[in-house]
Ligand binder design. Sequence first.
Ligand code: HPA
Length: 258
Amino acid sequence: MKASELSKISLGLIGGTGALNLFSPKASFVVTTDWGDPSSALTEVSVGRADASMSAWMIQRHGNPHRIPPHRVNYRANIDALKQAGVQQIISINAVGGIDPNFAPGDLVLVDQLIDYTWGRAHTFSDDVSHTLEHVEFGNPYEGRTFEQLKVAAKSAGVAVHVGGCYGATQGPRLETAAEIKRMAHDGCDVVGMTGMPEAGLAREAGLDYASICIIANPAAGLEAEPIRLEELHAVLDRSMGKVAHWLSHFQVASPGA
Ligand code: HPA
């Protein structure tokens, strides 16, 4: 079915590595878009507390099961599917490596800037003559009400969050070299991940308010004597998802006119 046929829900979630079991789906729909198929079915999940439950449309960025590498994610279809399903604000959940020495594995970061090192990805909706050419403003890629509401929710949930930080988006799927991380630190990056772009840019093009919750899964390459161990990285993500769920359970969409 077309994503536009789904019932309209204003909150969207894009789950990254480790987020497959973050919420249990109430309903699940296989949809398509003019940009192709999204990474997974759209599932309706319940985000709020039992007394103030809130629905969201959720997509698993890497598919379910997890199989789509970062450079093969159809970011345009994912964003368009959420938009067609009525979504106005997106919370993206991203596993990242920590570059800032203050960020430890398991920490949560609400990033406020990004640098895009990816290449060759279908990164814009302004891609042919049938779509208007737009040069969207992107000076503050994560600014907006979702970012602000997440800050409020963290406080109300009592979840410790680092507010602010620069996301460096790399191509993957390999991890970075120590020299690449050194360069990224020099550039001003605080965390490194493989999927932050073009997702954030496409959300801006689509007119959707977008914020990213980053979970520090490991110290980035070269910052520790030991190489990054994937089992360790996944164990950290498993342990941290409860904190993310608790944080989101306090997320409240502002009432109209507020
Ligand atoms: N680099 C890139 N992406 C990641 C990392 C990393 O160290 N950890 C989790 N996602």
